[in-house]
Design a protein around this ligand. Sequence first.
Ligand code: BDR
Ligand code: CA
Length: 317
Amino acid sequence: RIPVIFDTDPGIDDALALALLASHPRFDLLAVTAVFGNAAVDITARNARGLCALFQSDVPVAVGAAGPLLDSRRRDGAAHVHGDDGIGGLSGQLPAPQRALDPRPAHVLICDMVNARPGEITLVAVGPFTNLALALRHDPGIAGKVKQVVVMGGAFGLKGHSGNVSPVAEANIMADPEAADQVFTAPWPVIIVGLDVTQEVIMREADLARLQGRGQGAGDLLWQATRHYQQFYDARDGIGGIYAHDASAAAILLVPEAFTLRDGPVRVVLDGIATGQTIQDWRQEHRGDTPWNGQPVQRVCVAVDAPRVLALFDAIY
Ligand code: BDR
Ligand code: CA
């Protein structure tokens, strides 16, 4: 089984990712850490606890960052995408949490768990990357002890996919560009699952409807929550479904052969009109005096076999 700490801002597509992580037999979910993003962090933490209860996963949940590393980066939330309560108005229907909140801040929980099991734990991060950046600051040694980091974030301009909060920037990066740049340039292996592939993984209405009646209420709630999310995407992109952004980051651990990866250092644009853009230098030539020179080689997803990813949802309940 794959030991995972899940860093998240639930979030409707976050909830689908958590369903996979909590319910697929090949995952060993160790903890969930909440971060601001799709809603304020007290809301995303409450959702995370209620979702863990819904998915019958009795793991620690810790509260993380309430905002980005730099105050000047604060932006409006994503209520128009995920609803005021982060999960399409359904937070009141989540079961009561089964255990108390973990007393540690999220980044401390991450450091403690990674130090206790060096080389074993995968971090899956699908919100702004502030908790991960704070963990690196708190204990830089964890970079050498994490097995790998898988993030949903970024947009690399492939296959006509652009950013979703600016022509070049994706939401999780734009929410805290400094944190994202620190995570991508830390000496740990990062796999970046960006919009270029997540916008190819479309759960159509029929796929979502199949969740109903499954997982002792979990499937019904996910179906209901995705109604809100689907309305947003139908109005914007007319896709007749939703993008499974965050679940794609969990999926790459189960079906790595469904993803094509490209290697090279990745940086985030930190000022000007392209702020939040992610750029990989995948050229094999000498990088010269550029911001990519000397940075760790990370892996960016450039193609996906979407049906392989979508099939995972038929396997969990
Ligand atoms: C990302 O932004 C959030 O709204 C989603 O949960 C996902 O993590 C997509 O850009
Ligand atoms: Ca998210």
